[in-house]
Design a protein around this ligand. Structure first.
Ligand code: IMP
Ligand code: MG
Length: 190
């Protein structure tokens, strides 16, 4: 029987260090929400997130945006369960709304090589929206294979594999409140 104590999250022992705290994320979310609300005033805005990593960010950001907006989801995957992209992006789910003439803001967890967003933008262009802009929580400082113009960035980070706040390693860690670097012992093959 439970004694009422909150159990410790066992995933925490697999983290090497916290890169961005929940408090830092909250402050940045307030700033981004305010900025987006100003920029899109009076416009038909649709926030589209990319499954699955972007959904935590989408849920929190959407509630800080004061202008009316719709939500939609696209499924895309390029990872095959490891820490390196395969570079081959597979669309697993298309958007459901009619996007013609609407202003799309793509809400993505992390921009790494740029392959995912490149494919998603091409897919969305077919619907002839009024505009497509990108809001990504994390912008990795890497030599990008493809140049992607990002309008709103949460944080710049180094070329490290991170987890938490929607980001996973082998489908775990998405539920962590912070963004953290995994300890080497938690990565298979190390
Ligand atoms: P890109 O296509 O290389 O830009 O990678 C984008 C996708 O790869 C993201 O949407 C994430 O799903 C995944 N990804 C890239 N870097 C990381 C990371 O550090 N942790 C977890 N997932 C990542
Ligand atoms: Mg993702």
């Amino acid at each position: 029987m439970s004694n009422g104590a909150v159990p410790e999250n066992p995933l925490l022992k697999n983290l090497e260090r916290v890169l961005i705290t929940r408090e830092q994320i909250d402050v940045r979310l307030d700033e981004l929400g305010a900025q987006i609300s100003r920029d899109y005033e009076g416009q038909a805005l649709v926030l589209i997130s990319i499954l699955k990593g972007g959904i935590v960010f989408l849920a929190d950001l959407s509630r800080r945006i004061t202008v009316p907006h719709a939500l939609d989801l696209i499924g895309a995957t390029s990872y095959r369960g490891g820490t390196k992209t395969t570079g081959r992006v597979i669309i697993t789910k298309d958007a459901e709304l009619d996007l013609r003439g609407r202003h799309i803001l793509l809400v993505e967890d992390v921009l790494d090589t740029g392959h995912t967003l490149n494919v998603v933008i091409e897919l969305l262009r077919i619907q002839e929206p009024a505009s497509i802009e990108i809001c990504c929580l994390l912008d990795k400082k890497v030599d990008r294979a493809i140049r992607i113009p990002v309008k709103y960035t949460g944080f710049q980070i180094g070329d490290e594999f991170v987890v938490g706040y929607g980001l996973d390693y082998k489908e775990h860690y998405r539920n962590l409140d912070c963004i953290a670097v995994l300890a080497a012992h938690a990565i298979e093959g190390n």
